[in-house]
Design a protein around this ligand. Structure first.
Ligand SMILES: Nc1nc2c(c(=O)[nH]1)N[C@H]1C(S)=C(S)[C@@H](COP(=O)(O)OP(=O)(O)OC[C@H]3O[C@@H](n4cnc5c(=O)[nH]c(N)nc54)[C@H](O)[C@@H]3O)O[C@H]1N2
Ligand SMILES: Nc1nc2c(c(=O)[nH]1)N[C@H]1C(S)=C(S)[C@@H](COP(=O)(O)OP(=O)(O)OC[C@H]3O[C@@H](n4cnc5c(=O)[nH]c(N)nc54)[C@H](O)[C@@H]3O)O[C@H]1N2
Ligand SMILES: [Mo]
Length: 827
């Protein structure tokens, strides 16, 4: 029997189990049921989002109930936030224009931006204003003056994916300044192509079946998959959780050694009941170097592997032994005071790694710090020294916490998307490509610096970038005033902007700090199609419109079509097709692509059923082909081998990222590091447990389950709290020289002393528009540091952040972020 047949059979068994144990899919419920007076079959619609596929009950045009799709055995509570988004107070209801901007346009008083005073205008007026601004910018300045900001986590759905609509429509009009990189993995995705030949962070990883079977030491390094697998880039299946159940069982039976290397006892560590290995924040590098030192000096490393598969180990060893400039041997004794782990424990850890089949699995927060490239590079070096890269259940991964990576791929083709680029032969209305010496792109995390240091040139990944002094910016599918660090600095930077346009369905801080705000639909107010499973390619999902667009909301497609109409390019933009024609086209193209491999029903049937599921793929080992034949399957690095030393990076001559992985001190670091006397706590701003970044923060029904006195929870160690007279549930002020937030204390032993947590994505809610005013809900980026990780990646450094905390005294201002704009009469 071929393995494909085998997996098909498994799949069928799985499906029959599923239908036996769960309620029948509603479209199969016979008509008679209706007569019994129970649920009307067509009340339940199928849709999905990054939090999973759902069935939704709609009564009289209103969403009444949400339940997970039967295939999803590990749904997340987040889906209950859908109602909170649709019907919450934060909806953008109408096109809105900032009071003073409406009066004075580009000459408006920009100090008022963020005071949240807006005037309601008609759609026609809003789109005319938007269009006139594009004209003004292209005519008076040129492409360098317009910034089309990098799209963020938008909503899933292949047709309506809003960033594509913005990018294509703006490109129909003229050129602009874009971005490179992303906030998630800026440092990792830049360094790893030099080291392992691909970004690794967005790659399929060794299948969980194989890890469960072969791995003896499973190390979750700076990683919290149980928390982070709740969401996916496309509609999430949550299949990976089934393997975590098995893993938990194995841990219980002592059949595997699982260790979480993390300052904090994570949700994953608590769930698995596995070992927790504490390391000081931002101090993984000294720990890792000392492990390498031990492996080397105790002869526990795989010389043969290094010889055959890697380059440059001999250039790295002198640094390890203290034979280079710094004259410091990277011994466990050297590392211990920095990383907070005793020399003996470091040695034990190194010996443990070397003794068995070891799989290292890194999360991403560890590279969202200053010099964030180093621990990733060093992770590959450690794995190379252990010699197990490409073996079943061994080696290194940088993605198993993300979008069900490790669930093997069905191999089916997934639907394409609405194009973000112009079609062949299409040209913009203004085809001016003269950037006047400014760069066409900026590293995404440097958008604030670009405004404040316009005209300056910086290093970036072997190139030079000259910041364009852009005058107008457009944001869609991202929440710039949530994701970017050091928001008080951004308040200053935004004063340089003449015009800011935002599209959203919720009135985020980004809307508040804009001039023109356009109400977009939620994904629950339009029809779409999505991939089910971002890496597993498990199936294809119909996203049925649940309710009609509320208030005056329009889909991004309709909004940008309306914009393109104003310069005669609407037909070109939409290729003459409407929403359902596009959805059907994307399905049909996908069906054709799968012909002969996977049969798919005709569109009408798919749309009625709501989904197509594909059988599981074959388990797979990452880098196995490279191990088998390193010449035939050479890596994408300059040499084709794993580069422990990179001649290319060394040739850039950067002081903060050199030819091999190294320890660099941070601008600020807790536990005795720089600035820790003044600000004794390291603040981590990890990804939220019950949100997707800032999405769902506005869903009050969900927010009420975790907020403290209406504020974002601030997690800290009980002893630290006791010393400061802080009790669980107290309001506290958290501050540093960059800002201050008002949040609610939650005391927990999961947090060691000196470590606190404020989750990413808490809505920025400054008391007023002035620089420095207190944030009344608690966005961590009010406090984080806005510097580039290094000259190599220029990535975000949100994890390099120290703060202080005190109990709040007296009256507290109400949280002001969720209630939309202050609606004014036209001045
Ligand atoms: N302190 C700190 N900061 C961080 C991080 C951290 O760890 N710590 N992490 C960083 C990371 S990894 C990331 S990925 C970023 C995330 O940053 P973002 O990607 O900006 O985060 P989201 O909150 O998902 O923002 C998406 C926005 O798109 C809107 N939206 C959704 N669907 C649609 C649509 O169909 N049309 C339109 N027009 N709008 C839509 C949503 O309402 C939401 O406001 O944050 C970064 N910032
Ligand atoms: N629920 C939920 N899941 C998500 C998201 C979400 O918003 N909500 N966002 C998705 C996105 S866009 C991304 S980018 C990923 C983010 O994925 P990650 O960046 O991997 O996730 P985080 O939760 O920020 O951090 C993971 C762990 O790293 C630890 N850590 C932080 N700093 C250090 C350090 O210096 N050393 C060590 N050893 N450990 C450290 C933290 O304590 C935490 O347990 O998550 C994805 N999944
Ligand atoms: Mo991310």
């Amino acid at each position: 029997m071929s393995s494909l047949e085998f997996s098909r059979r498994q799949f069928l068994q799985k499906m029959s189990l599923m239908t036996a144990s769960l309620a029948m899919p509603s479209f199969l419920v016979p008509r008679e049921v209706k007569a019994n007076g129970t649920k009307t079959p067509d009340e339940w619609k199928m849709t999905g989002c990054q939090w999973g596929a759902v069935r939704a009950k709609v009564i009289n045009g209103k969403l009444a109930e949400i339940k997970p799709f039967e295939f999803d055995k590990h749904p997340t509570e987040m889906i209950q936030g859908i109602k909170g988004i649709l019907y919450g107070e934060s909806r953008v209801r109408y096109p809105m224009v900032r009071l003073d901007w409406l009066k004075n346009r580009e000459k408006s008083d920009r100090l008022q931006r963020g005071d949240n005073r807006f005037v309601r205008v008609s759609w026609d007026e809003a789109l005319d204003l938007f269009y006139q601004e594009l004209e003004r910018i292209q005519q008076n300045y040129g492409p360098w003056a317009l910034h089309t900001a990098n799209v963020g986590w938008r909503s899933s759905g292949q047709f309506h994916s809003c960033g594509n609509h913005m990018i294509r429509a703006i490109a129909m009009h003229g050129h602009s300044v874009g971005t490179v990189g992303d906030y998630s993995t800026g440092a990792g995705q830049t360094i790893l192509p030099y080291v392992l030949g691909s970004t690794e962070v967005y790659s399929q990883g060794t299948s969980w079946e194989i890890i469960l079977k072969e791995t003896e030491n499973l190390i979750f390094w700076a990683n919290d998959p149980i928390k982070n697998l709740q969401v996916g880039w496309n509609c999430e299946t949550h299949e990976a959780y089934a393997y975590f159940e098995q893993l938990k069982e194995k841990v219980k039976n002592n059949a595997i050694n699982v260790v979480c290397v993390d300052p904090v006892k994570s949700k994953t560590q608590n769930y698995l009941g596995c070992d927790h290995f504490y390391v000081n924040p931002q101090a993984d590098m000294p720990f890792m170097l000392a492990i390498a030192h031990t492996l080397y000096t105790e002869n526990l490393y795989d010389k043969a592997f290094l010889d055959v598969y890697t380059l440059g180990f001999e250039k790295f060893v002198p640094y390890l032994l203290g034979e280079t400039e710094d004259k410091i041997a990277k011994t466990p004794e050297w590392a211990a005071p920095i990383c907070g782990v005793s020399a003996e424990k470091i040695r034990e850890f190194a010996r443990m790694l070397a003794g068995k089949r070891t799989q290292l699995i890194f999360g991403w927060a560890i590279q969202r710090q200053q010099h964030g490239e180093q621990p990733y590079w060093m992770g590959a070096v450690l794995a190379a020294m252990l010699g197990q890269i490409g073996l079943a259940g061994g080696g290194v991964s940088y993605a198993h916490h993300y979008s069900s990576v490790g669930v093997s791929s069905s191999g089916a083709s997934m639907p394409g998307s609405f194009p973000s680029n112009l079609d062949e032969g299409q040209t913009p209305k203004y085809n001016n490509k003269d950037y006047q010496g400014y760069s066409e792109v900026i590293p995404v995390a440097r958008t604030t610096d670009a405004l404040l240091h316009a005209g300056e040139t910086i290093d970036y990944n072997g190139k030079k970038i000259t910041y364009a002094p852009y005058k107008m910016a457009i944001f869609s599918g991202c929440n710039q005033w949530s994701r970017q660090s050091q928001l008080n600095k951004m308040k200053q930077a935004f004063q340089k902007l003449e015009t800011v346009v935002s599209l959203n369905y919720s009135w985020t801080a980004t809307c508040r700090f804009s001039d023109i705000v356009l109400p977009a639909c939620t994904p629950f107010e339009r029809n779409d199609i999505d991939a089910y499973g971002s890496y597993s390619n498990r199936g294809i999902l119909a996203m049925h419109k649940l309710v009609e667009p509320m208030y005056e909301a329009r889909s991004d497609f309709e909004i940008f079509k309306g914009l393109c109409e104003r310069f005669g390019k609407a037909e070109e933009y939409c290729r003459g097709m409407n929403e359902m024609e596009w959805v059907e086209r994307l399905y049909r193209d996908c069906r054709n692509a799968n012909r002969g491999k996977f049969e798919m029903p005709p569109f009408e049937e798919f749309w009625k059923t709501g989904y197509v599921l594909f059988p599981e793929g074959k388990p797979w080992v990452r880098h196995a082909d490279f191990r088998e034949d390193p010449e035939l399957h050479a890596l994408g690095t300059p040499s084709g081998f794993i580069e422990i030393y990179s001649p290319k990076i060394a040739s850039y001559g950067y002081t903060d990222c050199k030819g091999h992985p190294m320890w660099f001190e941070k601008a600020e670091r807790s536990h005795g590091g720089p600035n820790s006397e003044r600000y004794p706590f390291w603040m981590q701003s990890v990804h939220p447990d019950k949100r997707l970044h800032s999405q769902l923060c506005e869903a009050k029904n969900l927010r009420d389950t975790y907020s403290v006195k209406g504020r974002e929870p601030f997690y800290m160690n009980p002893q630290d709290a006791a010393k400061l007279g802080i009790q669980d549930g107290d309001l506290v002020r958290v501050y540093n020289e960059r800002g201050q937030v008002l949040v609610g204390a939650v005391l927990s032993d999961n947090f060691p002393t000196g470590v606190v947590r404020l989750q990413e994505g808490a809505w920025f809610s400054p008391l007023d528009e002035k620089v420095g005013s207190i944030d009344t809900y608690g966005c961590p980026n009010t406090l984080t540091l806005d510097i580039g990780a290094s000259k190599l990646s220029q990535a975000t450094c949100v994890s390099t952040c120290l703060i202080n905390v005190e109990k709040w005294q007296g009256e507290a201002p109400e949280p002001n972020g969720f209630s939309g704009p202050k609606i004014m009469e036209r001045a």
